[in-house]
Write a protein that binds this ligand. Structure first.
Ligand code: SAM
Length: 261
């Protein structure tokens, strides 16, 4: 319970900060960004019943609304609920306590499963809300190499002991530290580092962040008897070179999957 509260507090702070700092979300083109990232055709969504689990600021709820789908969002963060409710009904709830009687044509859970204590169980939970033949879209952070994982987790352990303001400050310092290209390459070799304060906060302030290999997540889909595919949005880099995979992961740090129930 404490973990959930700490996760919610961290995201409350992050979403509050998003009002004043650049999240790097392209709100002006949110529909095309959504279609590109989910790999779905525009026409598919009209009149569809959709669920956005861990909806955050509601960027995908906004896209779904503009695509004439009807959408329900859920999140544990009070601030997320406040921000996203302009796009549809939003329920403040932990994924594991979500007691919705209905099922949906499209369930999206973007960047959420990795912050759960048991991501695999969370995936199973999601599927309860997906209609037979419905689509589930998930994204998770990608595993890169054991050294980076160890050092990143060690740093997170220290950072999460700080106050939220201190974590935000740390995230800014890390972003500033890495503005120089050479410095960025060096720092990013050892720990997860971004040039954005917002992304650093997302990585280091959340109490849990799991990183997955493609094959681990493929196993979830296969165990659940789903047809699946990995989505590679246009413009997204795939690394085949061993060194770049070590540094950034095969899928550049984030893996997107579509499953059909
Ligand atoms: C990285 S953000 C992603 C937000 C959104 N899906 C997006 O792509 O913009 C993760 C979100 O998941 C929410 N979250 C974390 N754990 C959750 C849980 N157990 N149940 C529901 N939401 C959760 C957080 O509060 C946060 O808003």
């Amino acid at each position: 319970m404490n973990r959930i509260n700490n996760t919610a507090k961290s995201f409350n702070y992050e979403w509050e900060m998003s009002k004043h700092f650049d999240t790097q979300f392209d709100w002006d083109n949110i529909v095309s960004v959504f279609l590109n990232e989910t790999g779905m055709p525009k026409e598919w969504f009209k009149g569809k019943h959709c669920l956005d689990v861990g909806c955050g600021m509601g960027r995908w709820m906004s896209a779904l609304k503009q695509l004439d789908a009807d959408v329900i969002g859920t999140d544990i963060s009070e601030e997320a609920v406040k921000m996203s409710k302009k796009y549809g009904r939003v329920i403040k709830s932990d994924l594991f306590n979500l007691q919705l009687a209905e099922q949906f044509d499209f369930v999206i859970c973007d960047g959420v499963l990795q912050c759960l204590e048991d991501s695999r169980k969370g995936f199973h939970e999601l599927l309860k809300y997906c209609k037979p033949d419905g689509i589930v879209h998930i994204s998770v952070y990608e595993w890169k190499n054991p050294l980076k994982l160890f050092l990143t987790n060690l740093l997170r352990k220290r950072v999460t002991k700080k106050t939220l303001d201190e974590r935000w400050e740390f995230s800014g310092k890390l972003a500033n530290l890495v503005v120089n290209r050479v410095m960025y390459a060096i720092v990013n070799f050892f720990i997860l580092a971004s040039k954005s304060q917002f992304t650093n906060f997302d990585n280091y302030s959340t109490p849990i962040n799991h990183y997955f290999k493609e094959e681990e997540v493929i196993k979830w889909f296969e165990e659940e008897g789903l047809r699946w595919e990995i989505i590679t949005p246009n413009g997204w880099k795939i690394y085949n070179n061993i060194f770049m995979r070590f540094l950034k992961g095969k899928n550049n740090g984030k893996i997107r999957f579509r499953g059909i129930k």
